[in-house]
Design a protein around this ligand. Structure first.
Ligand code: PLP
Length: 457
């Protein structure tokens, strides 16, 4: 760890003693002291007191411009008035029935108006809907294997807990990655049915189909890989996946849990003009509440309608969350909102790239819709193995440097990206850029020091 980073971490510790104390206490009862492994980072995570609009406060009262936004689940921003109103109006009418109420149809209509799908089933998390979308693909095709991308993340269930963050020593052939189980406890029989392809490599995908004729039920893809920061698909790549899956009788599952509610009005389907067989949605469509969905054509969903495939859940379509989802789609994530956030996003990305060019930083910034990331890598990242070489130490310096000056530039970990919200303003972007410009020279100095000492992430 270089000196300047150590100094930033010391400053962080000085600013956030209440978070440290809260984390120490929480760790005695809650593994890692957090509710989801991603939320832990050393020395300890910031504990949040409240969030409004585009900002949050921590327990010590420090204020942060929030571009974490719950790992991209809040393009609406915190406590959006339209979402709050809808939820408050629903709350006193009962929160949970386990019986239908009519909002299922209303929300399904909204989704079908935006995305190229005909029928929708709802869930509470991205993991749930990717899990059911795989079951759906298996049910429809009668096949067992699935293909996921090396470095792709689709939640915590067994079938996709493979090659999420493999180490270089486990990689195998770049065109034919070795599948690597990513957690203890994953059932071998399940992970064995998962094949792994490199992103942005159509011949490698075709090769897998040739190796396993008639066995692959689905290819699941994040249209922009946002669990390796921000990795755009090459031009025509998604169309290529579409064509290959179709030709081999497999389903193309597009995991739009991150992109669906924050890339464009019609998500990646619209942005890249591509039509998957099964679509997964989550995060931002709920406006801050636990809403997710999987959707497909009437013909595909028929396997559920005829009760050949089982999908259920006590909390599915609970009225509070459905009210939040309806308000979010109808009143918050509008065409105008996407145009507004696109403009902010472009200003932020262009601003970063100007500072990068001016200071000679070995990095670049990329963005799409509400999303963007600073990549400490000399050329455009095209797949997991490129991303693997991002300089972690300099990235960590960047993150703590920004946080210590009031900008939560993105969630902690360099595999994430920033999210902009409809409640952020041009002034917020100016503030963000001022802070980045302030710390940029020290990042460049750290890069130079690491180059001369030969240390690299
Ligand atoms: C692309 C993608 N799919 C699925 C998930 C899982 O969603 P959840 O955390 O709501 O289970 C995530 C979470 O980050 C994700 O980024």
């Amino acid at each position: 760890m270089h000196d300047a980073l150590q100094k930033e971490i010391a400053t962080y510790e000085k600013r956030t003693p209440k978070s440290r104390a809260a984390h120490e206490k929480a760790s005695s009862r809650v593994p890692l002291g957090v509710g989801s492994n991603y939320r832990y980072y050393p020395p300890y995570p910031i504990f949040v007191r409240d969030g409004h609009g585009g900002y949050i406060h921590d327990l010590d009262g420090n204020k942060y411009l929030d571009h974490n936004l719950c790992y991209g689940a809040l393009m609406a921003g915190h406590c959006h008035p339209a979402v709050m109103k809808a939820v408050q109006e629903r709350l006193h009418l009962g929160t949970l029935f386990g019986m239908p109420h009519g909002m299922e149809l209303e929300l399904a209509d909204e989704i079908c108006a935006r995305f190229p799908v005909e029928m929708v089933r709802f869930g509470n998390s991205g993991s749930e809907v990717t899990m059911h979308s795989l079951r759906l693909a298996r049910a429809v095709t009668g096949r067992g294997k699935i293909v996921k991308m090396e470095g792709g993340y689709h939640g915590g269930h067994d079938a996709i807990s493979v090659s999420v963050k493999p180490k270089a020593s486990q990689f195998g052939d770049p065109d034919h990655p070795t599948p690597v189980v990513s957690s203890l406890g994953v059932l071998k029989g399940t992970s064995d049915a998962t094949l792994v392809a490199p992103f942005n490599n159509l011949p490698a995908l075709e090769w897998l189909f040739d190796q396993h004729p008639g066995e692959i039920a689905a290819v699941i893809v994040e249209p922009i890989m946002m669990n390796i920061a921000l990795c755009m698909p090459d031009e025509g790549y998604l169309q290529g996946v579409r064509e290959i899956t179709k030709r081999h009788g497999a389903m193309f599952i597009m995991d739009e849990v991150k992109t669906g509610g924050k890339l464009a009005y019609g998500g990646a389907c619209e942005y890249f003009n591509v039509k998957p067989d099964i679509l997964c949605l989550g995060k931002s469509i709920g406006g801050g509440f636990s809403l997710a969905a999987f959707a497909a054509s009437r013909e595909t969903m028929d396997v559920i309608a005829t009760q050949k495939m089982f999908h259920a859940g006590t909390y599915n379509t609970n009225p509070v969350v459905m009210a939040a989802g309806l308000a979010t789609l109808r009143e918050v994530l509008t065409h105008d909102a996407f145009a507004y956030v696109d403009k902010l996003g472009k200003k932020l990305v262009d601003g970063y790239n100007e500072i990068i060019a001016k200071t000679g930083m070995a990095a670049y910034t990329d963005g799409a819709g509400a999303n963007g990331a600073l990549m400490f890598y000399p050329k455009r990242v095209r797949n997991y193995r490129d991303w693997y070489h991002v300089d972690e130490d300099v990235w960590t310096h960047y993150w703590f440097g920004m946080v210590n000056r009031g900008v939560m530039a993105q969630p902690y970990w360099w595999d994430e990206q920033w999210t902009l919200s409809v409640q952020h303003t041009e002034k917020d972007i100016d503030f963000h850029l001022r802070v980045f410009a302030e710390i940029a020279p020290s990042l460049v100095a750290a890069q130079q020091e690491r180059m001369t000492t030969g240390v690299h992430g």
